[in-house]
Design a protein around this ligand. Structure first.
Ligand code: ADP
Ligand code: MG
Length: 247
């Protein structure tokens, strides 16, 4: 059984077709990294999977359930998916511990003490226990983004969506976030990740998908894809990444 199947997904905004006939699968524990120029549709794809955008056509199946069926409750689906986006979306008036436990308490009805124990366990595992009572402002960007990822994890999601989670960070802070994601891969989390960090993509991706103008232009083993791009689009993209020092 696939953990996620996206079938013939189409999405437009007004006249602009942003995703055209996107199909791919994620097996349990698989990590797929989506690369592509800005505007190629990476975020829209993530937002469609998280039901933040209504799709025009196609199907999205999460662990055997068609989450694009008309009778689906989007809140129930979203509770099964952990999402982290580029901007830090922690609540500034809540401590780290409160931020992490909020969803499990409010959405999943977990008791405060249990949620806090789980949160402390996660924070300790990833070296952030000293920050539990701090407010997000007092954390570095890298720490905030790691907390945002832990917050997405605490409810044991079936799928993690990480959309350019390091692109707002200073280079020096990027590494600590990427290290955390690599640890999550080692723990067996199923993840769909978009990033411009090609070295990281090579390290964690089981499959690489190159999106261009809303289409999957190339996909496959990351090492093979980067060593021997077949399309002009991917060659140009990789050249730009090299220029930017990301490859
Ligand atoms: P990426 O994440 O790869 O940079 P996006 O998914 O953000 O790409 O954007 C893909 C295309 O969809 C872009 O042309 C963008 O302008 C357009 N787009 C994204 N969101 C919206 C929206 N809410 N309304 C209109 N156009 C949008
Ligand atoms: Mg984006």
């Amino acid at each position: 059984m696939n953990q996620l199947s996206v079938r013939n997904l189409r999405k437009s905004f007004g006249d602009e077709l942003v995703l055209r006939d996107i199909s791919f699968e994620l097996q349990p524990h698989q990590v797929t990294v989506v690369i592509g120029a800005s505007g190629s549709g990476k975020s829209t794809l993530m937002r469609c999977i998280n039901l933040l955008e209504e799709i025009d056509d196609g199907q999205i199946i999460l662990a055997n359930e068609d989450i694009t069926a008309p009778d689906i409750n989007p809140d129930v689906v979203r509770a099964k998916i952990g999402s982290v986006f580029q901007s830090f979306n922690l609540f500034s008036h809540l401590t780290v511990l409160q931020n992490i436990t909020l969803a499990s308490r409010k959405v999943h009805g977990v008791k405060r003490e249990i949620a806090e124990d789980q949160a402390m366990e996660l924070l300790s595992r990833f070296g952030l226990e000293a920050k539990a009572r701090s407010y997000p402002d007092l954390l570095s960007g890298g720490q905030q983004q790691r907390v945002a990822i832990l917050r997405a994890l605490i409810t044991k999601p079936q799928l993690l969506l990480l959309d350019e989670v390091t692109s707002a960070l200073d280079p020096i802070l990027i590494a600590e976030v990427l290290t955390l994601i690599a640890e999550l891969k080692a723990e067996g989390h199923t993840m769909l990740i978009s990033t411009h960090e090609m070295g990281f993509a090579l390290k964690v991706a089981d499959e690489l998908i190159f999106l261009q103008h809303g289409e999957i232009a190339e996909r496959g083993n990351p090492h093979e894809l980067l060593a021997d791009p077949q399309s002009e689009g991917l060659r140009a993209f990789l050249a730009a990444m090299r220029e930017a020092g990301r490859l």
